[in-house]
Write a protein that binds this ligand. Structure first.
Ligand code: PT1
Length: 279
């Protein structure tokens, strides 16, 4: 459970680690895939590793609430040049944030070593792709789909339902030939959940760790922090750090974040307290 082999690069989860977010989504100046945007993405990846990221998560399709789907061709155009540009130079593994089997295949061929799928490999062909590729996969819980998931999230007991869903996806993956040692789980903060649902999942995160697999959480800049603070996306870092520390204390092993250095420092202090053998 402590070391995950990501296509030859090892991810040591004996303490909580930081996953740095590398979103390759076009801004007003570029459509992604061109020289300037690829170059700045590569620069950003190197900066995050210097700041202590243990894995870099490359994504070409936004899954935030309301986001529209992106075509396979577009997603490939965005992520593959960046993965090719960083895979051989970076000492840390790269994960590919996608639900599309062909993007998983191309990304792993380009050097990615972990699949991060917000659809928990439920898309047609995804589970087979992950099994063929023989790399670890993170299975995330989502209710609904990004475009509409925040319209009316509904659970009788969010924590036990999320846990049961993840347990069922783990069983499916194992039946499809993915070894248990290749699986991680994620409760999917903000994916078809109200603030109350998100807070319950964070408070009771230990129940998710009872699945016996490494738990990944993504809380960075999300609206659950924004609503609590009444702050815009650019002003949610301190709130996100509090959530990251609480997640780590409850057993989370990977914190997915935009704010690498602040999160690495917060986890270093949390881990020293949790593992204290000095006094
Ligand atoms: C996540 C995650 C992810 N989040 C994993 N992958 C996003 N494994 C993308 C909001 O409420 O948590 N785990 N990939 C980003 N998605 C969101 C969702 C962004 C909700 C923002 C919100 O603001």
């Amino acid at each position: 459970m402590f070391v995950v082999d990501c296509a030859g690069k090892l991810l040591d989860l004996s303490r909580p680690r930081v996953m740095g977010i590398l979103n390759i989504t076009p801004d007003s100046f570029s459509d992604g895939g061109d020289f300037l945007s690829v170059d700045s993405a590569i620069e950003q990846a190197h900066r995050m590793v210097e700041e202590g990221a243990a894995i870099i998560d490359v994504g070409g399709e936004s899954t935030r609430p309301g986001a529209p789907p992106v075509s396979e061709a577009e997603e490939l155009d965005r992520v593959i040049p960046v993965i090719e540009g960083i895979a051989s130079d970076l000492p840390v593994p790269i994960s590919i944030d996608t639900s599309k089997p062909n993007v998983m295949r191309a990304a792993v061929a380009a050097g990615a070593g972990l699949i991060n799928d917000v659809m928990a490999l439920q898309a047609v062909g995804a589970i087979e792709a992950a099994a063929d590729l023989n790399v670890p996969a993170c299975l995330m819980h989502m209710q609904g789909e990004p475009r509409t998931m925040q319209q009316s999230p509904c659970y009788a007991d969010v924590v036990s339902e999320v846990k049961a869903f993840l347990a069922q996806r783990v069983d499916c993956c194992i039946s499809a030939g993915i070894p248990r040692s290749h699986l991680l789980v994620d409760p999917g903060f903000g994916f078809g959940k109200t603030l109350g649902h998100n807070l319950a999942l964070l408070r009771d995160l230990q129940q998710i760790t009872e699945l016996g697999l490494p738990v990944l959480v993504g809380l960075s800049r999300k609206s659950m922090i924004g609503v609590l603070l009444d702050e815009s996306v650019g002003n949610r870092m301190y709130g996100g750090l509090a959530a990251a520390v609480l997640a780590a204390e409850r057993g989370a092993r990977i914190i997915r974040t935009h704010d690498v250095k602040p999160t690495v420092d917060a986890l270093a202090v949390s881990t020293a307290v949790i593992n204290n053998k000095m006094g």
